[in-house]
Design a protein around this ligand. Sequence first.
Ligand code: HXC
Length: 511
Amino acid sequence: MSRRFADLDQRRSELLQGGGAARAARQHEQGKLTARERLALLFDPDSFVEFGLFARGPASEREGRPYPAEGIVTGKGWMRGRQLFAYSQDFTVAGGSVGRLHADKVVECLRTALKCGLPVVGFNDSGGARIQEGVEALSGYGQIFYMNTLLSGVVPQISVVAGPCAGGAAYSPALTDFIVMVDRTSHMFIAGPEVIRAATGEEITDEALGGAAVHAGVAGNAHFVAADEAHAVEIVKDLLSYLPSNNLESPPDLPFEERMVDDESLDEVVPEDPRQAYDVNDVIRRLVDGGRFLEVQPAFGPSVLTGFGRLAGMVVGVVANQPMVLAGALDIDASDKAARFVRTCNVFNIPLVSLVDVPGFLPGVAQEHGGIIRHGAKLLFAWSAATVPKMTVILRKAYGGAYLAMCSQDLGADSVLAWPTAEIAVMGPEGAAGILYRKELDQAEDRGALLREKVAEYRRLHANPYRAAALLAIDDVIRPSWTRRLLIERLATLRAKRDLRPQKKHGNIPM
Ligand code: HXC
């Protein structure tokens, strides 16, 4: 064998070892993979092309010791026939800490992805800013944040949090479109348990402060929780199967040749008693192809469901009230979650389907003081500003401002269908009758009987879909089992929809 490239081979093989076998073994003991193992799971075999393997930053130069590849592997590869960029922090090299060159590599990866219009997946596993590099490291983070922002709305950015994300480091994932957190091994916080102990004396664990469950269910930062890293990569692949590579492309529709048959079991899902709850998943899974629905942020603001599915192969984003939680009312978290999802779909040209069964915005002091007006306004804004096809189906209750906030015709819905169970009104019959007939009720001999009578009258006159249909506020009243067929027909019509808006820098969404 020729020795001509022995020096190159030697250098490459040393760098590819990262922080070495012992540190890699420690990763494995902790239930974590190494940076390169993660990329191997993400990309098709032998398709990854690495950039910047020989990078060497100021700390390494000063200290005269190697920081292989600067603690980060960056490059591009193929995943199920699509190209994408990725970076993967190498915890075995100085704890994956972010030095000047480490940051430069991430920035270059992001810049190239932007130039080429390709998605980026980042694996985060880092002790944060490299302490020895001081302001250089901070500046590096700043440039990463800046690039995350430039890419936002152009190419999908997905973060996998697979280790500590301490300090400002959590903000790079937070600036991306989706965060997948690995259960138990990943944490995100701005100030860790030691800082909290020093400041307040309070004892708290990493997990309780910023584990996956906290971010998925309470803080709303994480969109998905993975059982382990292999699962996290599966989620990323599934997610990307619904997203275009950039904002100038359509989402990846699939060919669809199945014969269209109405599913009559859909006619039975909504109970006849308007006070009885049902699981809106039973509706969604009957509407989308093969019952496949990728739910986004399932644990956060669960009175609304958001997620991706397909209608005859065409990707759609679904926003649906969940009557099983808070009777489907919109609270602060549900409004935030739905608004963000609507905007994500809009930037990536994904048509939206809204399934409405909403008694209103959630009343209460905590909600009012927490800013439900500001957060609810976000949802009104997001729907109004979205220019993708918007198709609304009113399943049951559609009361008050929340009816509008689930995308009524007035907010630009291109199609509004209602089921016969739909009740489109300013408020529910009980509340309305109580206000409209307060004096009569106060004076009535049998208050209960009069209230029942007035509720029935209100229901007959107002809380049904026919009044709205008569006023053309909805297009049609249909049997539930026709919904899938009619949505597909409308979506086929709307695919080439154009909705031109006045030029401006950007709207001023309430935040
Ligand atoms: C340089 C670091 C480092 C860092 C870890 N290391 N963090 N080196 N800068 N920030 C090194 C360690 O010295 C060690 O080197 C190796 O990585 C592994 O670290 P361990 O501590 O042995 O690992 P572990 O016990 O798993 O603990 C991981 C950790 C802890 C929780 C992340 O290392 C830690 O708390 N690090 C500091 C976190 C932090 O405060 N970072 C700054 C946040 S502020 P050897 O050679 O011994 O293997 C920030 C500002 C961002 O990031 C600004 C953006 C706005």
